[in-house]
Design a protein around this ligand. Structure first.
Ligand code: DC
Length: 225
């Protein structure tokens, strides 16, 4: 048997990155957090104060972006600098949907993602992995939970760093991002036809990862880990 490529798509706060990290660890696979890549581009757009689609695309095409496994998951380096600590701020979160809707930005990121996934043995999480990046992924999961559950998870995460945000604000921001990500023209967030829908509202991260391993086992008995 060979090593699998596993696509985990779904809306913000569904626990994709935490579950993907656990899953990749259990299977000894690589892990690619594609949202972190769009966040890194957005961070550069904000810090360099780049405006207008054309300029954003040309900046993105020139970025030297590298991803590496780090202690707390995947780390993103831009032009040699580790930008991971700066990509989850409310400023980046509120701008990332707009930046990631730009076709030229997506084209550049998808090329890197496909290259990383070439050899299999990888878990990718994002919005368009099963539909666009790897339409032939071995296993596709669409991970979701109610807006309230997802907002509550994000609220707990965010308020550690930004205690000024209220639960209501976080829920609004999640709904806004759901809307933008699923209504954009290019590669909108949607479940691939052959993806398995997994609502993890009542599951822990560990048991969500377990459920995905069972799905892999069922489809590819004895698959390589
Ligand atoms: O998973 P995340 O919340 O860190 O992703 C941040 C944003 O990046 C998300 O709102 C939409 C965008 N994104 C995307 O367009 N395509 C992906 N494959 C992953 C993320």
């Amino acid at each position: 048997m060979r090593k699998l490529s596993i696509a985990i798509d779904g809306p913000a706060g569904a626990g994709k990155s935490s579950v993907s990290k656990i899953l990749a660890g259990r299977l000894h696979y690589a892990y690619l957090d594609t949202g972190a890549m769009y966040r890194a581009v957005t961070y550069e757009v904000l810090t360099r104060k780049v405006e207008g689609e054309e300029s954003i695309i040309s900046m993105t095409e020139k970025l030297d972006m590298e991803v590496q496994p780090g202690e707390a998951g995947m780390e993103v380096f831009v032009d040699g600098k580790n930008v991971t600590p700066f990509i989850r701020t409310p400023e980046v979160s509120s701008k990332v949907s707009a930046v990631s809707a730009i076709g030229g930005v997506r084209k550049a990121m998808v090329a890197i993602q496909r290259k990383q996934a070439e050899k299999g043995g990888i878990v990718l999480d994002g919005r368009d992995i099963g539909t666009t990046v790897l339409p032939k992924a071995d296993v596709k999961i669409f991970l979701t939970a109610s807006v309230h559950t997802r907002a509550l998870r994000r609220f707990r995460e965010i308020t550690e760093g930004h205690p000024e945000m209220t639960m209501e604000e976080v829920e609004k921001e999640i709904s806004r991002r759901d809307y933008l990500d699923s209504h954009r023209e290019i590669s909108p967030l949607r479940k691939a036809e052959d993806a398995i829908l997994l609502d993890n509202g009542d599951l822990t991260l560990e048991s969500t990862a377990e459920a995905i391993i069972s799905i892999c086992e069922k489809k590819f008995p004895g698959f390589d880990r």
